[in-house]
Design a protein around this ligand. Sequence first.
Ligand SMILES: NC(=O)c1ccc[n+]([C@@H]2O[C@H](COP(=O)([O-])OP(=O)(O)OC[C@H]3O[C@@H](n4cnc5c(N)ncnc54)[C@H](OP(=O)(O)O)[C@@H]3O)[C@@H](O)[C@H]2O)c1
Length: 360
Amino acid sequence: MSYCLEVVRQDLTQSRISTLPGERDLQLAPGEALIRVDRFGLTANNITYGVAGDIIGYWQFFPAEAEWGRIPVWGTGTVIDPGTSDLNPDAVYYGYFPMASYLTVKPEHVTERGFTDGASHRAQLPPVYNQYQLATPENGFAEGTLDHRMVFFPLFATGFVLDDYLDDNAFFGADAVIISSASSKTSFSLAFLLHHHRDCKVIGLTSRTNKAFVESMGIYDQVVTYDDIESLHSDTNIAFIDMAGNSSVTARVHHHFDRRCVCSSGVGITHWESRDGENPATLPGARHTMFFAPDQIQKRNKEWGPETYQHKMNDAWGQFLESVDQWVSISHYEGAEAMNQAYQEVLSGAAPNKGYVIVL
Ligand SMILES: NC(=O)c1ccc[n+]([C@@H]2O[C@H](COP(=O)([O-])OP(=O)(O)OC[C@H]3O[C@@H](n4cnc5c(N)ncnc54)[C@H](OP(=O)(O)O)[C@@H]3O)[C@@H](O)[C@H]2O)c1
């Protein structure tokens, strides 16, 4: 049976498994190809795609009917019917998929590295999400690291860009970096890079239940729960990297550090149910602005060239891979019901030492 996980766009707690037409019943249009989705990673980042679905257009990648939406995930898929496209049967690609048995794509610019989905409903969306990479060792997909790639890489890459952005701006004059949702993979990717390569204090903010985990990682100099923000010394300049998007936490950090909050960057919204509060634009200290990774990537591509940039990121990724298994173990969930269960677990806040890979 072919199936798909869908959620109510305005109420992410409601999810269902819906049946899709069988692969053999599909009629591919000229130029289209059919890819079977093999496996994908699931983290709070995917939940954020749903929370910000209307603002950023994430619902448009894989449209569904009526009030339902299909949340995108990072994963791999195998070409099961190349149709009249230039794809090879059985080739495996890494990219953006729905949580579904298959995806129909319209491959364009097919090379040894990958292709772009030229489907018309995706044309206005950010190009990075329309690119599919051929998952071969030559393209950097080393044997045995595919699960890590889908669970960690999109998050690590953001941590890498943030680390570079802070360094590029001389940390805005901050002596310490405070990272909220410190237990999240994006946050600890940044903390890992700061800890190993930069001369600044790294402070993690987290919930009571995740404090012991964050402390055990050994990459944060100090770990404080959300209840204890006011216990931090306020006589230091800080850069605030906000992964939680919790308006009360953001406001308390700004009020506590006041003009010593010299940078405030909104990156995530893991606390997706706690966003209604004080308007961040009116808070004391640096203006709270949304971080836009492509700006920094474009700047570095110009200054260093894309190859050097990729090289630096791959080096750092290699170091991260050597450490991450001591903190997070990956669990596999097989089939439709297990996929729904995993989705609900991640939505309500999963244990930070667990990585989810769904196998279809
Ligand atoms: N702007 C960008 O380009 C970009 C790129 C990548 C990721 N991000 C964002 O970074 C954030 C982190 O994503 P991730 O995939 O790294 O997360 P993750 O590893 O799945 O981390 C989950 C953490 O988030 C908090 N959390 C999760 N669900 C929660 C809930 N229902 N209620 C309260 N807290 C909850 C908990 O941290 P604490 O207890 O420590 O708070 C939890 O340990 C996401 O919002 C993601 O969209 C943004």
